[in-house]
Design a protein. Sequence first.
Length: 204
Amino acid sequence: MNKNLKIALIVIMALILVITVVVFLVVFFSAERKDETNINGETNVNTVIDTNATTNQAVDTNSATINTNTNSTSAGSTNVEPFLQPIARNFAERFGSYSNHSDYENITKLEVYMSNSMKNWARKYVAEQQANDSIDADYYGITTKALSVATDSINEDGGTAQFTVSTQRNETKGDEEAKIIYRDIVIKFILESGEWKVNEAMWL
């Protein structure tokens, strides 16, 4: 009996030892896998942060572009020409598009682009034309499209710039067939209170 009891105890102890080793190995490998998961999770988080950082850089770049365009309106800038050319083009098209039903909006709505001197001229001109307008006049309208813009001169230190815009104009009178006219207009800018303004628009 004593011998059988000893054998039974040895077997039980061996089983306990095996179970202990198995449990230890399971716990160990489970912990290792958890650590790997955490590491991967941290890597993913860092990747997202880096992506957001890239997005922020893109926003900053856009802001820099806007600031560059704004600075191009100041004296001493080297980017005045590409800033002013589109304004000259737009001004020529709108200034040259008119109908006797539009109440001179081709002039009044451009005041934001005008120097103080040109604003005074525009208001006086519109008042004179409105006083002479006839209510019963036949329809008259002309639409202007800019074809090209040429830089005549730029003096950033002196605060002046001049462009010639070549245009195509479609003129309509009453029931008559529309006429196509090709005509140039000179747009002159001055630097006024730190901003470039149109000071003169003259048809050639």
